[in-house]
Design a protein around this ligand. Structure first.
Ligand code: UDX
Ligand code: UDX
Ligand code: ADP
Length: 480
């Protein structure tokens, strides 16, 4: 029986290992983490992450061939294949601060693997890391190996949150990079055999180590770039009277471009896009490629611009002040069907509104009050985009309330901003909401989820990203 151990029971490690266990009954999978509450949650009915379909997969395998444990060393020692899926945040201090990946967790995991191993192992890089990390890890492992042989593979994860289980069941591709030596090829084959139990062979791509590492950064950079491209267009659409949805549709019909990932929004969020691009920028700079670095940096700058533009639009359309006005914020997660708030555009938008002294009433079906308060009080690291850097003062915190119902959030509010595209926001009774709001009542739709025409008929002034503007908004242009 092949034994797999995954270090790091997070958004990537948890779902990925659960699906491997489900699809490979002959493989024993242990997911380990240093965080006791996280492992306890994985072993309970209340899993630590919200992901559609995940509960079901975990229930089918947990206790059979899927185990969650804090005994990191025991499971690593026993494993044939060790996945490393620990967090790799952006460095906040020292060399490369604000751009480079912080590999502290990775390095400590690698040293621990070398320390406890008593048999040969395949070590798989699962978290996104800078190109050539595998080489560094290989060095740590071989220099501390006590004669044990390690083969290092890069097997980046392409799942998106909210659709993780679907993505894992039917991946567009599985990518495995390894050393081009007989031992390297054998290790690649061993991992390929695991995936081949449910993924069609032609979708399992094998490359050298560095191509696999770089492909992950490149894929995320390309995806983020599409969003910044369409968001840049959204600003131009508002200025000219074009409709960004019509433009996206027409552009996406070109089979060379394709229709997916062209939804204009208040900005992209999530743990990967910004972090991976910053990482890419840093690698380019380190390799003497400032023009390439500048090119990718622009994707983040447009994303910041989009968030700032949204806040400016709100403030300017409400007579240039939101001071002491109640604003309902619908949605805080970085996208629908997840409770994850890492890098969510909602953080910057809320901080921007609070900077103008608004009172916020926030509702998200999956994000807790504690999480929202933590996100809004945390300081954001500056690289060269000084966006709402100040953490909130205790008095500002009092300007925020978190409620468990969209109607409650909107009661007596001057405006509503929609920051996450939760399906339930499409079905809200806006007649009822309108009656309980201050007038004029505004809706700022940062995800283009509501039927703007219908809302205008009710009496709302509606701003939809990238769509032709109401006369009201034209009369009150957003200041730069
Ligand atoms: C992303 C990649 O899609 C995935 O392959 C990789 O493994 C991890 O990073 P994730 O961050 O979970 O996944 O979600 P994704 O669906 O890519 O959305 C990222 C952000 O872009 C969200 O804030 C989303 O709302 C936004 N987005 C997405 C848009 O604004 N417009 C779109 O058309 C698509
Ligand atoms: C382009 C558009 O494709 C077409 O839809 C529009 O109507 C006119 O402009 P064209 O300029 O004739 O058409 O050729 P195209 O095939 O798009 O190539 C443009 C340039 O891009 C060429 O120099 C081509 O060599 C280059 N190219 C194209 C690349 O370098 N890499 C590619 O992957 C594709
Ligand atoms: P991702 O989105 O990449 O999965 P997460 O932050 O959700 O990232 O998960 C990473 C997990 O890795 C966290 O639960 C963290 O506690 C765990 N972790 C970090 N370092 C170690 C380590 N040395 N040993 C075990 N677990 C670790």
């Amino acid at each position: 029986m092949v034994k797999i151990c995954c270090i790091g029971a997070g958004y990537v490690g948890g779902p990925t290992m659960a699906v491997i266990a489900l699809k490979c009954p002959s493989v024993e999978v242990a997911v380990v983490d240093i965080s006791v509450p996280r492992i306890n949650a994985w072993n309970s009915d209340q899993l630590p992450i919200y992901e559609p379909g995940l509960d079901d997969v975990v229930k089918q395998c947990r206790g059979k061939n899927l185990f969650f444990s804090t005994d990191v060393e025991k499971h690593v020692r026993e494993a044939d294949i060790v996945f490393v899926s620990v967090n790799t945040p952006t460095k906040t201090r020292g060399l490369g601060a604000g751009k480079a990946a912080d590999l502290t967790y990775w390095e400590s995991a690698a040293r621990m693997i070398a320390d406890v191993s008593v048999s040969d192992k395949i070590v798989v890089e699962k978290s996104t890391v800078p190109v050539k990390t595998a080489e560094a890890i290989e060095k740590i492992l071989t220099h501390n190996s006590k004669g044990i042989k390690f083969q290092i593979l890069s097997n980046p994860e392409f799942l998106a949150e909210g659709t993780a289980i679907e993505d894992l069941f039917m991946p567009d591709r599985v990518l495995i990079g390894g050393r081009e030596t007989p031992e390297g090829f054998a290790a690649v084959k061993a991992l390929k055999d695991v995936y081949a139990q449910w993924v069609p062979e032609e979708r399992i791509l094998t490359t050298n180590l560095w191509s696999a590492e770089l492909s992950k950064l490149a894929a995320n950079a390309f995806l983020a770039q599409r969003i910044s491209s369409v968001n840049a267009m959204s600003a131009l659409c508002e200025a000219t009277g074009a409709n960004v949805s019509e433009v996206s549709y027409a552009v996406g019909k070109d089979s060379r471009i394709g229709p997916k990932f062209l939804n204009s929004s208040v900005g992209f969020g999530g743990s990967c896009f910004q972090k991976d691009i910053l990482n890419l920028v840093y690698i380019c700079e380190c390799n003497g490629l400032p023009e390439v670095a500048e090119y990718w940096k622009q994707v983040i700058k447009i994303n910041d611009y989009q968030k700032t533009r949204f806040v400016n639009r709100i403030v300017s359309s409400m007579f240039n002040t939101v001071s002491n006005k109640k604003i309902a914020v619908l949605g805080f997660a970085f996208k629908k069907d997840t409770g994850d708030t890492r890098e969510t555009p909602a953080i910057d938008v809320c901080k921007g509104l609070l900077g103008d002294k608004a009172r916020l009433s926030i509702y998200d079906p999956q994000v807790t009050e504690e999480q929202i308060q933590r996100d809004l009080t945390m300081n954001k690291f500056d690289w060269d985009h000084p966006l709402h850097l100040q953490p909130m003062s205790p008095t500002t915190v009092k300007q925020v309330s978190v409620v468990w119902d969209a109607y409650e959030a909107a009661k007596d509010a001057h405006g509503i901003c929609i920051l996450t595209e939760w399906d339930e926001f499409k079905k809200l009774d806006f007649e009822k909401i309108f009656k309980n709001m201050q007038k004029p009542a505004f809706v700022f739709d940062g995800r283009n989820v509501v039927d703007a025409e219908k809302l205008r008929k009710i009496g709302f002034i509606v701003y939809s990203i990238g769509k032709p503007l109401d006369q009201w908004l034209k009369d009150m242009p957003a200041l730069a």
